[in-house]
Write a protein that binds this ligand. Structure first.
Ligand code: GUN
Length: 285
C-alpha cells in the first residue's frame, strides 16, 4: 500500500503560508498582480486560466485577464506582453501554452522580463536554472519538488528518472532534481528499453501525456511515483501512470486528479507573490 501524495492538501498549505505574506503586501499598499494571457479557445486552456484567476481572487491577488482570439497575430501578442511587462501593477505574466500554431511561442516568451516570468519558462529563467542562479522556477517541476519535501522524500543520492523532455516539465524537472543532488536520467521516445531504465528509479517522474503508459513493469518495488500527465478520456481525467497497477508496488504515488495539478497552480501563486515582494523591496530600497 503506497502513501497517496495529496497535492490538494500540500497546495492548500502553500496557499495558507501565502496568506500573511499577501496581507503584509496589502498593508504596504501593494496588491500582487498576475497577468494571464490566453490566445484562442482551447477548452482545457480556458479551464486552467479560469482556475488561475479564481486562485488569485481567493488569495487577495489581482488578475489581469487577457483573452485574445485564435487569429491574433504575433505583433498584437507581443504588444500585449510588452504592455504588461511595463505595467507596475502587474508583478507576474503567464502566457498559457500551447499557443496556436501560427504564433512563435519562443519569441513571445522571450519578451517577458525575468522578474515577471512567474512561469519560469523564458530563456533567461531556464538559463539561470541551468547555472544554479536565483530565478522563478517552472511551476510544475517546482510543485513536484515541494510535494516531495512535504512528504519527507529527499532526492539526495537517489536515482531519479524523468520520462519526457519537454521545456515545460521534463528538462526543468531534471535540473531541479539534479540541484537536489539526485542522480538523474532523462528518458524520451528514443530511449531503448524504457521500462528497464524506469525500473532503476527510486523516484520516477512521468511527464509524457500518454494515458496509463507507465505500468507495473516500469516500477521498482518501493519507488516514489510522480504522475505529471493529465489526459482527458471518456472516463475522465487520467495520468501517465496506470494507478491501479502501480499503487500496490510504489511506496508513494500521486493521484490524477488531485496530485501534481493543484501544485502547479499553487507554485504560480507563490512565484507571483515573490515577484510582488521583490518589486516592492526594489521600490522601497
Ligand atoms: N500549459 C500547461 N501547463 C502550463 C504551464 O505550467 N504554464 C503555461 N504557461 N502553460 C501551460
Amino acid at each position: 500500500m503506497a502513501t497517496i501524495i495529496d497535492g490538494k492538501q500540500v497546495a492548500a498549505d502553500v496557499h495558507a503560508a501565502l496568506g500573511p505574506r499577501i496581507a503584509a503586501l496589502h498593508a504596504a499598499g501593494v496588491v500582487p498582480g498576475l497577468a494571464v494571457i490566453l490566445v484562442g479557445d482551447d477548452p482545457a486552456s480556458q479551464a486552467y486560466v479560469t482556475m488561475k484567476e479564481r486562485d488569485c481572487e481567493r488569495l487577495g491577488m489581482r488578475s489581469f485577464d487577457m483573452r485574445l482570439p485564435a487569429d491574433t497575430d504575433q505583433e498584437r501578442l507581443n504588444a500585449v506582453i510588452d504592455r504588461f511587462d511595463a505595467d507596475p501593477a502587474v508583478h507576474g505574466i503567464l502566457v498559457q501554452l500551447p499557443l496556436p500554431g501560427h504564433l512563435d511561442a519562443e519569441a513571445a516568451l522571450a519578451r517577458i522580463s525575468a522578474p515577471k516570468d512567474v512561469d519560469g519558462l523564458t530563456p533567461e529563467s531556464l538559463g539561470r536554472l541551468v547555472r544554479g542562479l536565483p530565478a522563478h522556477r517552472a511551476c510544475t517541476p517546482y510543485g513536484v519538488m515541494r510535494m516531495l519535501e512535504a512528504y519527507g522524500i529527499d532526492p539526495a543520492g537517489k536515482r531519479a528518472v524523468v520520462v519526457g523532455r519537454s521545456t515545460l516539465v521534463g528538462k526543468p524537472m531534471a535540473l531541479l532534481l539534479l540541484e537536489a543532488n539526485a542522480t538523474v536520467t532523462v528518458c524520451h521516445s528514443k530511449t531503448r528499453d524504457l521500462a528497464a531504465v524506469c525500473r532503476e528509479a527510486d523516484i520516477l517522474v512521468a511527464a509524457i501525456g500518454k494515458a496509463g503508459f507507465i505500468t507495473a513493469e516500469f516500477v521498482k518495488p518501493g519507488a516514489v511515483v510522480i504522475d505529471v500527465g493529465i489526459v482527458r478520456t471518456d472516463a475522465g481525467l487520467v495520468g501517465d501512470v496506470d494507478f491501479t497497477a502501480v499503487e500496490p508496488i510504489a511506496s508513494a504515488i500521486t493521484p490524477v486528479p488531485g496530485g501534481v495539478g493543484p501544485m502547479t497552480r499553487a507554485m504560480l501563486m507563490e512565484n507571483a507573490v515573490r515577484a510582488a515582494e521583490a518589486a516592492h523591496a526594489d521600490l522601497t530600497r
